[in-house]
Write a protein that binds this ligand. Sequence first.
Ligand code: AGP
Length: 613
Amino acid sequence: MCGIVGYIGPRDATPIILSGLKRLEYRGYDSAGIAVLQDGKLHVRRDAGKLNRLLTLVEEKPLNGHLGIGHTRWATHGEPNARNAHPHMGATGEVVLVHNGIVENFLALREELAAEGVEFKSDTDTEVIVHLVERYLSQDVPLEEAARQALGHLHGHHGVVMISSREPDKIVAARIGNAGGVAIGFGEGEMFVASDIPAILEHTRKVVFLESRQMAVVSRAGMTLQTLEGEALDYTPDTVSWDPVAAEKGEYRHFMQKEIHEQIRSLTDTIAGRVDFEEGRILLPQLNLTEDFARRIDRIIIIACGTAAYAGMLGKVLIEKIARIPVEVDIASEFRYRDPIITPDTVVLAISQSGETADTLAAMAEGKARGATLWSIVNVIGSQAMRISDGYISMQSGPEIGVASTKAYTAPLVDQYMLAVLLADLRGVISAEERKALVAELARVPDLAGQALAREPEVAKVAEALKDISHCLYLGRGVNMPTAYEGALKLKEISYIHAEGYPGGEMKHGPIALFDESMPVIVLAPRDPWVDKMISQIEQTKARRSPVVAVATEGDEVVASLADHVLWVPEMPWMLSPVVTVIPLQLLAYHIAVLRGLDVDQPRNLAKSVTVE
Ligand code: AGP
């Protein structure tokens, strides 16, 4: 995941920034850069690849100064090469900035700026921000005022940190939504900025976490805080623990809560570098997929365990719908002993957060032995599943520490959507217009997830109402049937409440016998092609006196009038809706477990990675 480090103070900024970036390395990135103010001018060093390349660059052309910013980047717009790496400098050379997030409206902004005569030096969305800042700086306003006006143009979620040679005494840092945090660290006569506390923990324990739509103007002596609307704010720094585990949690109480909130960032990163929004194309080079093979594939068998298998269920719907290839989903522990039918044109696609799950690896080996092509969607880079695959998609979600998987559920949903579009494109089964429309929807996903996350306080209230239940049924249909399974798994894993996910249409074939006041039913009823059927299920459930919690699209008054509680999600493209509808269910399980006083991050009997059969 992208990382940011900044420094202002009496010491040399370069080693502080580089060692901070080093501490964020384990999160993954594909390029890195640093900018330092030296002799009154901003100097940038940046390169594709790992930090060592940047260290070599800095050794060859040293940078020394007391003000600087650095970044590790996972490419979103444009290839991971040196000119797309951050920091980005504007035309005047007077401003440089680093950014986490996706500028959703960057095409429109780039056109607008190009019409003003701006020449772009990179393919990134980030570059529009630096040109916008320069547009306002040319009116001789302070950097923070130019930043405030520039950021007002951006759609989406962002963490932005910038410096200017005009004002060598400040760093301006801002957060909009939740593209990852922005924390300001307080030292003695020096200050730090970081996307993640571990980057600066060796220097300070006193930090202020910026909230959404807040901007900090940081000097050696401290900082001032204001809203993006310009209203001054008071603050009290938090003291974070030296304990690296606590530091890693940052502003959150548990890893699970952090990882649920990190989904804006992890979804941004999983899209990163794989989407050409201008051409409307998907790029998955590590899959090693040729057009010839894409046309020959006769079947895809998705194998996985637990949450990953539920993610695979959506893959089946999407790949069949978009690419028209038959897909089976098999639980890895069943597949490995099932005598499966495989042809040379069959793909076995493994999904695994850890890439080390014993059953998944054994199922992959079985597929390979029978002549299948092996693909995987894996989070842990370099894991066994990734190594033995003929091609892979990296989730790019960063480390997932909470045993209950959250961000490693939503990333493969998006990865499989991208895979479906790529396959459809290579097989020639969708038109250019359809492809472009499907690809364009991807840019909205992180923001839609953010809108669902912003409703956490409402979800917490529903958790209060449900915290003492003993059983719960989750119903979903179509693309949201897997959401029902995953919602139920989250609840049972961390709250120890018996919960089952069920396809909505199966309710009448058995589970309905359980319905009464003591059996709450959680109904996935977002505005998708199945919504009317789900509304009818809510009615039938209510008729049997079971309390209903509905996940519904904002403004759906019919659902609101029927359900006892509603967990609202924004209006969204239905094929991608499961990425968002699961968020209130993750939060619900989390808050119920917290209210029950349970160990959310390490639930009993469970291991993060199940490396034995
Ligand atoms: C998810 O919350 C679980 N802890 C579990 O089902 C997990 O998804 C499963 O064990 C598969 O793990 P993997 O993705 O690392 O292969």
